[in-house]
Ligand binder design. Sequence first.
Ligand SMILES: NC(=O)c1ccc[n+]([C@@H]2O[C@H](COP(=O)([O-])OP(=O)(O)OC[C@H]3O[C@@H](n4cnc5c(N)ncnc54)[C@H](OP(=O)(O)O)[C@@H]3O)[C@@H](O)[C@H]2O)c1
Length: 245
Amino acid sequence: MKSKQNGASIALVTGGGTGIGAACCRELATAGFTIAIHYNRSHESAKKLHAELKNSFLLQADISTQQGMDSIYRELRERGGVEVLVNNAGMTVDAPLLTAKLEDFDRITATNMRSTWYLTKRVARLMVRNRRGRIINISSVVGSVGNPTQTIYGMTKAAIDNFTKTAAIELAPYNILVNSVALGFIATQMTEMLSEKARDAILSRIPLGRIGTPEEVAQFVRFLVVKGSYCTGAVFHINGGMHGG
Ligand SMILES: NC(=O)c1ccc[n+]([C@@H]2O[C@H](COP(=O)([O-])OP(=O)(O)OC[C@H]3O[C@@H](n4cnc5c(N)ncnc54)[C@H](OP(=O)(O)O)[C@@H]3O)[C@@H](O)[C@H]2O)c1
């Protein structure tokens, strides 16, 4: 799958400046795409990645706001469209249900769930014009199983997986394929802050006996984008065997 802008199609990776997003940017660049590295606060790491990836450009936006997402859409429209969207940006504030705050609910749902819906809705219009597209939504094992302190985060990821299924049906006539990649524990800044005790407890639940790497996720995303021509509406579990889906 290749295309347009300067001979190469554009792949947008939200939250591309860090962790799993940065690994996806590198893999998709190797596959020949021009990478739109989206970031919000991680300017330094996004800038470094931009310097590393010859065919890339930076997009700064807060995707919890409509204004931020509209600015991404406008930039991509001006560049002639986009072929791949990886909805990777996400966050959590962990707290037990009894003490969790409504303001955190609003922030987490806006960043993870509302943004996936709205950005996909806008960006898919650009894909419809070209009759081709790949959309990968990064979700979590926590969207399929319960996890204490993550009622809000888990809800957003379960919603993303369901969104994948309906969007895949609606967009199939336009040759736009939509899939979720639901992750177990992957070594990034999101999991770095775990205590040793929490880490050991997690490891005991992973049959492969180790935490995954962002590169292992990115390789799977690349496979879906480049080879997965008969995959749509699916939730793929990448989690070392901790949950079969
Ligand atoms: N690591 C895991 O074990 C794991 C497991 C399951 C699912 N996931 C999912 O994988 C995805 C990537 O997470 P990660 O582990 O790579 O952690 P990470 O390095 O913290 O990445 C999160 C990314 O989301 C972006 N982001 C957060 N809020 C944003 C906002 N309001 N506007 C724009 N961008 C925003 C951040 O951008 P800036 O830093 O530029 O602000 C950051 O690049 C997330 O969706 C996460 O839920 C991770």
